[in-house]
Ligand binder design. Structure first.
Ligand code: UGY
Ligand code: MN
Length: 247
């Protein structure tokens, strides 16, 4: 959509960012072909995580080599064949995966228009903990638990919350009017994609209207709060770094 007079809801601040879809620009990403890849969050804005939105054409592919980077991915729409090391599985919308550092992975034979979000970070090993294994799953099979006792704000934890994993990928779904129960301020960083619905996100001392398709970055200690608005539930996919010592 073209917006007159150079307006956008996008806002890039030092400690948080809101990236609205109207400003998306494709990047050439090594290993990703036949697809539009938009790097929504990266080290270039001060983040320690990268968040990519990849929209595949038919015949497109993503084939990433083994290295010190780990990847958590989520199929927002469409589907494709996911391979992580020796594991291979067809994923549809709602499919998710974790490819550990040291494992090559690929998405092949995607349906045209398949949208996949990738969160990538350098793996932080933990002495005494095993290396995390590959995960392939379906969000439809992960129960949403009430968040801090609120049945109208439900959290799906997609990856194992054990010391081996230094990142989490979750889906938060709010009924209209439901909120984060307080303004969170924490050491964990977030990358986030609005999947459905709309609401208002507080980031530091600014309040932003947000809707499906918007991406958000929250630096460590960025005060954050959300209220779902409108007549349909709002949900977002998000990343956070977890399970590592403070120093
Ligand atoms: O897991 C979280 O920190 C989550 N409650 N934060 C958020 O939704 N902004
Ligand atoms: Mn949080």
């Amino acid at each position: 959509m073209s917006i007159p007079f150079g307006q956008t809801r996008t806002r890039i601040a030092a400690r948080h960012a809101l990236i609205a879809p109207d400003g998306h620009v494709k990047s050439s990403v090594p290993g990703i072909t036949g697809a539009a890849a938009v790097i929504l969050v990266s080290e270039a804005m001060g983040a320690k995580v990268a968040q990519l939105l990849v929209t595949f054409e038919s015949g497109g592919r993503a084939a990433l080599p083994a290295g010190d980077v780990e990847t958590a991915g989520y199929f927002e729409t469409g589907g494709g064949t996911l391979t992580i090391g020796r594991a291979k599985q067809r994923c549809g919308a709602g499919g998710f995966f974790f490819a550990p550092a040291g494992s090559a992975w690929s998405i092949t034979a995607p349906r045209k228009g398949t949208r996949v979000t990738l969160f990538q970070k350098k793996f932080a090993p933990l002495a005494g903990a095993p290396a995390p294994g590959a995960v392939i799953g379906d969000a439809a099979r992960v129960k949403g638990e009430p968040f801090l006792g609120d049945p109208d704000a439900r959290l799906q934890v997609l990856l194992p919350d054990v010391p081996a994993f230094d990142l989490a990928m979750n889906i938060f779904t709010y009924q209209p009017g439901a909120t984060l129960p307080f303004v969170e301020t924490h050491i964990m960083e977030h990358g986030l994609l609005m999947l459905a619905g709309q609401g208002v996100y507080r980031l530091e001392d600014s309040w932003y209207p947000v809707a499906a398709g918007d991406a958000i970055w929250m630096a460590p200690y960025c005060p954050q709060w959300f209220v779902a608005m409108g007549k349909a539930p709002a949900s977002y996919l998000y990343y956070k770094d977890v399970n590592r010592p403070a120093l």
